[in-house]
Structures are given as structure tokens and as C-alpha cells.
Ligand binder design. Structure first.
Ligand SMILES: Nc1ncnc2c1ncn2[C@@H]1O[C@H](COP(=O)(O)OP(=O)(O)OP(=O)(O)O)[C@@H](O)[C@H]1O
Ligand SMILES: [Mg+2]
Length: 269
């Protein structure tokens, strides 16, 4: 099974004369457990794509499947559950609650997921320990340094042992030493949890660490690099009932067999 299948996805912001196509016919697939870098210049559509992958926004046309489930088929509650259970998301601008403690920030996804209080405590502590912020458990998140905030955002993203971990420029605002630490942390987690890891990055070193490198330019994929035998294209768009009309900008690619998927990992939560 593929962890992610993106089929002819477009995202148009605004209407009529203000309409802007941030994504123009994007298609690709990656297997379970893959590490994927999404690269491209500012404004090329990386965050837009990531938000669609995380179910935070919907494509204008096209379809996205995560672990075989079509996101367009999920109602709001099911989408919230999917995000809380299967997904860890590190946003470009952290989105941590400055007035809450580190503990409260990391605990949030578990509360949404109805994890019992007794279990929650151990999970939050373990996540904070992994990002070396255990000593800041009771500190207000707003008082942390930039690098610490980034690590707190990662702790919150990993606390539910997500099957898919997404990070939007996790090293963007960090000095190189702290950035290296964050990279090691993300890949260590990928190894331990066998999660699929998707990172948006301008950092060549981080991109080179990933098995797949997908380059966006003006809302289209201009380069797709993966291990030998990897195929870029998802199954044909007519494979499901909700397949969207093929946009004019669709780039033709052969529907070749994909790489051998890794074994499904056990569910931890
Ligand atoms: N809500 C919105 N309304 C209108 N245009 C938007 C909106 N969000 C993003 N855009 C535009 O869509 C394009 C892609 O934006 P996106 O945030 O995906 O870029 P990015 O590749 O993540 O850039 P960066 O590296 O600077 O973070 C940009 O031109 C941006 O101005
Ligand atoms: Mg961005």
C-alpha cells in the first residue's frame, strides 16, 4: 500500500479575476515508511501541498489518499480523528500555545484523541524527553527559545506515534547546530516508529537524507527523484468514483508499477 497518493491535484485560491492556481495538476505516490523531501522556491506551492496532505485544506480538483483512504471521503469528525490518530504535523510557524505550558501543548493531540489521563502523562513525558525538553515540562511555551519552540512543536507532532509525520521547514529558523539536532531527531523517529516522513525544506543536506526528493515549481512537479524502480504517478484518475476532471496542466507520466511497500507497522496508540 502507498502511504500517500496524490492524483491530479489542483488548488486555486480566490475567485474570478483574483483566482490564483497554487497547485496545477500534481500527481505522485510514495510507499509506506518512505522519507520524502518537498523542495522548491518560496511560493512554489510546498505548504499548500502539505496542508492538503494533512487534511487541513481541500484540493480544488483531484484526490488525495493517505494510507489507502481518500481524504475527500472523510467527514469533518472522521478527518479530525484521522489527524489526531495518524498524523503528526510540524507547522512552518510552530502554532504552539504561548500561554500554555510545554506539557499542555504536547498533551493536546492526545486529549483530542481521548487518550486516558493516566496514559497521557507518560506519553507526553516521553515525547518531551525525546526532544530534550523534559526539564521545561512546566515552562510556558512562549518563554522558550526559537530552537526549543521548534523542538516543542516536534514533541507535539510525535506524541501520538503518528503513522505519517509531516514537517514544514523544521530547520528553517534554526542555526546549523540546532538544525542538525532536529534533523537527527526526525530521522531517529522515522526509524523508531517506521513512520512515513514528509519534510518541506530549503536545506540541501536534509533533502539529501530523504529517499525521495520532489521539486515543485509554480505549482507543478518539475522533478521527482526516488529509489530505483520508484514510480511517480499514482493510479489512473478514473480509479475511484470521485476522481476529478483532468486539468489542462496535467503532465503525462506512465502508470508503471511502484516500489515494494514496506511491511505495515503495528499501531502503537
Ligand atoms: N490563502 C491564500 N490565498 C491566496 N494565495 C495564497 C494563499 N496561500 C498561499 N497563496 C499563494 O500560493 C502560492 C504558494 O504558496 P505556499 O505557501 O504553498 O508556498 P511555499 O512554497 O510554501 O513558499 P515558502 O517557501 O515561502 O513557504 C504563493 O504564491 C502564495 O502567495
Ligand atoms: Mg511554505
Amino acid at each position: 500500500m502507498n502511504a500517500i497518493e496524490v492524483r491530479d491535484v489542483t488548488r486555486v485560491y480566490g475567485k474570478k479575476s483574483n483566482a490564483f492556481s497554487a497547485l496545477r495538476g500534481v500527481s505522485f505516490q510514495v510507499p509506506l515508511g518512505a522519507t520524502v523531501a518537498i523542495i522548491g522556491k518560496s511560493g512554489s506551492g510546498k505548504s499548500t501541498l502539505m496542508h492538503l496532505l494533512g487534511g487541513l485544506d481541500k484540493p480544488t480538483t483531484g484526490e488525495i489518499l493517505i494510507n489507502g483512504t481518500s481524504l475527500s471521503g472523510l467527514r469533518r469528525k472522521a478527518m479530525d480523528r484521522f489527524r489526531a490518530r495518524d498524523l503528526g504535523f510540524v507547522f512552518q510557524s510552530f502554532f504552539i500555545e504561548a500561554n500554555q505550558t510545554c506539557y499542555q501543548n504536547v498533551s493536546l493531540p492526545l486529549e483530542i484523541n481521548n487518550v486516558p489521563l493516566t496514559k497521557r502523562k507518560a506519553m507526553v513525558e516521553q515525547a518531551l524527553e525525546q526532544v530534550e525538553l523534559f526539564d521545561k515540562l512546566k515552562s510556558k511555551a512562549g518563554n522558550l527559545s526559537g530552537g526549543q519552540k521548534q523542538r516543542l512543536a516536534i514533541a507535539r507532532a510525535i506524541v501520538n506515534n503518528p503513522r505519517i509525520l509531516m514537517a514544514d521547514e523544521p530547520t528553517g529558523n534554526l542555526d546549523s547546530a540546532t538544525g542538525d539536532k532536529v534533523i537527527r531527531l526526525l530521522f531517529g523517529l522515522h526509524k523508531r516508529l517506521k513512520s512515513t516522513l514528509i519534510v518541506i525544506t530549503h536545506d540541501d543536506e536534509l533533502a539529501a537524507h530523504c529517499q525521495y526528493q520532489i521539486t515543485l515549481k509554480d505549482g507543478q512537479i518539475v522533478s521527482f527523484k526516488g529509489p530505483q524502480g520508484a514510480s511517480r504517478l499514482a493510479a489512473p484518475a478514473n480509479a475511484t468514483a470521485s476522481a476529478a476532471p483532468v486539468p489542462a496542466t496535467r503532465r503525462p507520466s506512465p502508470p508503471t508499477p511502484t516500489t515494494t511497500p514496506r511491511p505495515t507497522r503495528r499501531r502503537v496508540v
